[in-house]
Design a protein around this ligand. Sequence first.
Ligand SMILES: Nc1ncnc2c1ncn2[C@@H]1O[C@H](COP(=O)(O)OP(=O)(O)O)[C@@H](O)[C@H]1O
Ligand SMILES: CC(=O)N[C@@H](CCC(=O)OP(=O)(O)O)C(=O)O
Length: 265
Amino acid sequence: MKPFVVVKCGGATVDVLSDEFYAHIARLVQQGKTPVIVHGGGRAVNEMLEMMHVESTFVDGLRRTTQDVLNVADMVFNGKVNPMICAKLQEAGLKTIGLSGCDGPMIKAKLLDEEKLGLVGKAVQIDTALIQQVTSIGLTPVISPLVAGENGARLNMNADTATAHYAESLGAEEVMFVTNVPGILQNGEVLPYATEADIKKMIADGTVYGGMIPKVKAALQVLEGSSVQKVTIIDGESDQAGSGGTTIVKSMEGEKNEQAPLPYL
Ligand SMILES: Nc1ncnc2c1ncn2[C@@H]1O[C@H](COP(=O)(O)OP(=O)(O)O)[C@@H](O)[C@H]1O
Ligand SMILES: CC(=O)N[C@@H](CCC(=O)OP(=O)(O)O)C(=O)O
């Protein structure tokens, strides 16, 4: 089977992803890889919520989701962002299928912490057979971050977290978190590498905050006991899409990436 490369398109950058980004995804297919696109859309949801005068707040980078917020999020993710990414990938020469975690369902979830976060899901069962099936007939799946709750309910899930679940379940080779910054920044500089210990320290001292928190946690989750060999946080707006950024590694000993890093810091 062709190796899966899971690419998360962040909502902070999704409207302005460079043509080079989409060309990079098309090249992955030519190179015999199977890209799976998971997208966010947090910024577009914020804009729509503001227009509709619906309030929403974040706790450690996760959106507190009321039923009204969920309805708007569903409309924006599945009615706007997902078809837009599909159309761009089609322009780059790929055949696509738009999905959400509710299809299949691929992700079944229970409430993570109803009091604190409302209708946000925590995965209880992940089944990526649907991804295997659609990719086997040459389609590139583009997946929005809603997941299945109980009795047909939909729940919201951070797209970075959903990405980690899909990557682990698929046994992906590589995961790329594409966002609006050129990697993890520390004192204004991009870190070429970050270990688990660095990340814990940077969350504790506030260097990593907000939407970067679920991203680095998801990055560490996929490195934990799965087949994923390379996890990067990269900028999707530049014409260098697909290269550079911060590579997340478990630790510097036993480093498995082909580009052996220099002694860290
Ligand atoms: N150390 C850091 N380095 C870079 N960005 C950071 C850092 N800490 C927090 N951030 C914030 O995280 C944001 C990316 O997360 P988010 O807005 O959720 O993006 P996305 O929509 O791509 O998931 C950046 O735009 C930046 O504001
Ligand atoms: C629970 C939760 O936080 N859900 C996110 C899902 C979208 C997302 O993760 O979008 P980004 O990629 O833009 O961050 C939200 O509603 O914003």
